[in-house]
Ligand binder design. Structure first.
Ligand code: ZN
Ligand code: ZN
Length: 376
């Protein structure tokens, strides 16, 4: 897939100032924010957001921008330093970092004033083989999990002390700010929306009331899954705040390139080398399938590039009723490292074929005609 130009992604000119780039980024990021793109639009919006985020990360860094201006995509590696190896981060983290304040201040949660936030989604990328994609797989993955802190029983306060109601917002979590003629509700800056102040935070969890651990999750990879598909594991994202629901975990599937097969939807394609003698005389050849070896009869006079279809030897996609087909593409091999004797045999054969004229050359006549009209 070819990558779009970063300036084009953000919709700014090459001469855009840092400020213009930031503004364009904020606008687009709001547009593709998951809160505004639920249901069917979610996946597309996330892809768009990733693209926008990457473009912003590159163009907001003067060194990377210079490298990109000079060498294009080849000059910068967006995967470096993004924590890709661990599989986490990206989408969910970006919103936590950049938009925490912006969106959390937007008056969500309502009831009782205390802000209730849904936890961030997490994404995890998993690489599997084509065989695993075809058959499905039970996998175990390690994901972060958050447990209520044992030391403070989740309150965040040092044992023996207690939390106090925030006096700035009277426990509401929000405060009214006057801006000109308007009164705007904002997250309380003192307690950050929790409505509580912890005078002496618990040392085990730093006042968070929860501790990060790891847990093993069993994941069923369904048979037929394809590269780029995602599996949603509801409630396995980051925990919510103030009793809000947990986010979801998305497992992104990457299917490794296969040595023999190339997948196109439910169909598979492979190249099968055939000697030019077999191509000329015809015969049975052995071809690989995901289920093992198979044989096909190729007729005499088979030309290079000819396809043979093996019905049902492709992959049964997740939403398909029948498996796809396997297409074997014939590659006629030219023999190499010939002995003197073999060269003579071929020369004799060539002489003999020439005597037969164009009848031995199926594309000869039309080719000669096409050349004639091309040069005339
Ligand atoms: Zn604690
Ligand atoms: Zn407060």
């Amino acid at each position: 897939m070819s990558k779009r130009d970063y300036y084009e992604v953000l919709g700014v000119a090459k001469s855009a100032s840092d400020d213009d780039i930031k503004k364009a980024y904020r606008k687009l990021a709001m547009k593709f924010h998951p809160d505004r793109n639920q249901g069917e639009k979610a996946k597309e919006a996330e892809e768009k957001f990733k693209e926008v985020k990457e473009a912003y990360e590159m163009l907001s860094d003067s060194q990377k921008r210079a490298a990109y201006d000079q060498y294009g995509h080849a000059g910068v590696d967006p995967n470096r330093g993004m924590g890709g190896g661990e599989g986490f981060g990206g989408f969910a983290e970006a919103f936590g970092d950049i938009f925490g304040d912006m969106f959390n201040g937007g008056g969500r949660g309502g009831r009782g004033g205390r802000q209730v936030y849904r936890g961030n989604d997490l994404s995890y990328s998993m690489e599997i083989t084509l065989e695993e994609a075809a058959k499905g797989k039970d996998a175990q993955i390690r994901i972060p999990s958050w447990d209520s802190c044992d030391t403070c029983s989740g309150s965040g306060a040092k044992p023996g002390t207690s939390t106090k109601t925030c006096t700035t917002c009277n426990g509401m979590g929000t405060v009214q700010m006057r801006q000109g003629f308007f009164s705007v509700q904002q997250t309380c800056p003192h307690c950050r929306g929790t409505g509580k102040i912890i005078p002496e935070p618990c040392t085990s969890c730093g006042g968070q009331g929860k501790v990060k651990r790891q847990k093993t999750l069993e994941v069923k990879i369904p048979a037929g899954i394809d590269d780029g598909m995602r599996i949603r594991s509801a409630g396995n994202g980051e925990p919510g705040t103030n009793g809000g629901p947990a986010g979801d975990l998305y497992i992104e599937i990457r299917v490794k390139d296969h040595d023999i097969f190339e997948r196109d939807g439910d169909d598979l394609h492979c190249n099968v080398p055939v000697s030019f003698i077999t191509a000329a005389l015809g015969g049975e050849i052995e071809v690989p399938t995901l289920q093992g070896k198979a044989a096909i009869d190729i007729p005499e006079g088979t030309q290079a590039g000819k396809q043979f279809r093996l019905r049902g030897k492709g992959i049964k996609g997740i939403r398909s009723s029948y498996p796809g087909d396997l297409y074997c593409h014939i590659v006629v091999e030219t023999p190499v490292k010939l002995t003197e004797y073999q060269r003579k045999l071929l020369k004799d054969l060539d002489e003999s074929l020439k005597k037969g004229g164009s009848k031995h050359s199926p594309s000869g006549e039309s080719w000669t005609d096409r050349l004639k009209s091309f040069f005339s």
